[in-house]
Design a protein around this ligand. Structure first.
Ligand SMILES: Cc1cc2nc3c(=O)[nH]c(=O)nc-3n(C[C@H](O)[C@H](O)[C@H](O)COP(=O)(O)OP(=O)(O)OC[C@H]3O[C@@H](n4cnc5c(N)ncnc54)[C@H](O)[C@@H]3O)c2cc1C
Length: 316
């Protein structure tokens, strides 16, 4: 049994970003094992070959916090404060590599859309933050990718919010300037269900897409550990970030119950991250028709898989 203190940047009841979050079996198993609220519910998505669940980010955050609040003090420092993490900087990890595009995402209530469009997007449905699962009252989750050159005037413009405050990674929901969203969705010729969603979404939020991996997970005689995006952040196409967080939790537990050493745990999380980074790059480059980069990532992925098949533990 451990004592845990959460040192959270945002105090009080954090609002969600009005985004759905997809996850798979690793998160689901972890929920079943540790969730004391009994409320971990998500909509199961049947469109993928793997079992895949969807939940709004605000609901997920509140359920996870409900399992911790009220417990006192801790003595292992777990850096779970994402890619631009303070803990990451303290241990000298590199910042993420910008992928050349941003995402605009959000949710829209089924009530605001035509029946045909709701049916078309039935695999992108999430419950509401207050756990409404009623068909016709749930949310459709959407992500729109948009290319922007790094450090360009347009990048600067997109990441300046309605108050002209500049954001580094995400302009939160409600703060994106209307002109930006109008420009992104404006001139596109697109099939009707997509057009309807784009036309009706009022306030998406913007995030720049990057990926990064830190070579080591443990620091300072294993008293500091990086997990989640603070250890490795992927492009979002495989929706594996929350799965990675759950994988890190399981791996950390095994170290502390003596089933793994710090070294094997570090090898495992590094291997998982490397695979996800490459897979996400392949999908991202394919979507953007960046064939040379696609070829490079595919080659790296094949080398990675062969390396594992040869039984090499260290990631190339
Ligand atoms: C377009 C898009 C779609 C995505 N879709 C999915 C999806 O479907 N499924 C999925 O799994 N992932 C998805 N992701 C990725 C996912 O949102 C993140 O990668 C994931 O939430 C990272 O989890 P984390 O716990 O590492 O960090 P976060 O969830 O960002 O949590 C970090 C926490 O640290 C706190 N914090 C930050 N700085 C400090 C500080 N200095 N002091 C104290 N606290 C601090 C923050 O307040 C926050 O609570 C998507 C990402 C994008 C861009």
């Amino acid at each position: 049994m451990f004592n845990v203190t959460i040192i959270e940047q945002k105090i009080g009841d954090r609002q969600g970003q009005e985004a759905g979050i997809g996850f798979g079996d690793v998160v689901n198993e972890l929920d079943k094992k540790y969730d004391a609220t009994g409320l971990q519910e998500a909509i199961q998505n049947n469109a993928r070959r793997i079992i895949y669940y969807q939940q709004p980010d605000g609901l997920m955050y509140r359920l996870l916090r409900a399992n911790f609040d009220g417990l006192p003090s801790a003595d292992l420092l777990i850096g779970a404060d994402r890619i631009h993490s303070t803990i990451r900087q303290l241990v000298g990890a590199p910042t993420g590599r910008y992928a050349g595009y941003v995402s605009l995402r959000g949710t829209i209530n089924e009530q605001e859309l035509s029946r045909q469009t709701c049916e078309y997007f039935s695999d992108y449905v999430v419950p509401t933050d207050d756990r409404n699962f009623t068909p016709g009252e749930r949310l459709i989750n959407f992500v729109w990718y948009y290319n922007i050159a790094d450090s360009s005037a347009e990048m600067n413009d997109v990441f300046s919010d309605i108050n002209r405050k500049h954001h580094r990674k995400t302009v939160p929901v409600g703060l994106v300037r209307l002109g930006i969203w109008e420009k992104v969705r404006g001139p596109i010729q697109i099939a009707e269900p997509f057009a309807e969603v784009l036309a009706k979404v009022k306030s998406p939020f913007v995030t720049n897409i990057n990926d990064s991996i830190r070579g080591c997970a443990y620091f300072y005689d294993d008293k500091v550990v990086l997990v989640g995006d603070a250890f490795a952040s992927f492009r979002p196409h495989v929706a594996a970030a929350t799965e990675q967080c759950a994988y890190h939790s399981n791996s950390l537990e095994r170290v502390y119950v003596g089933q793994k050493t710090h070294e094997t745990s570090e090898d495992d999380v590094r291997r998982y991250a490397r695979q996800m980074i490459l897979l996400n790059r392949i999908i991202g480059y394919l979507g953007r028709s960046a064939f040379f980069s696609l070829f490079k990532s595919l080659t790296s992925y094949i080398i990675f898989v062969l390396w594992q098949k040869l039984g090499r533990r260290k990631v190339p």
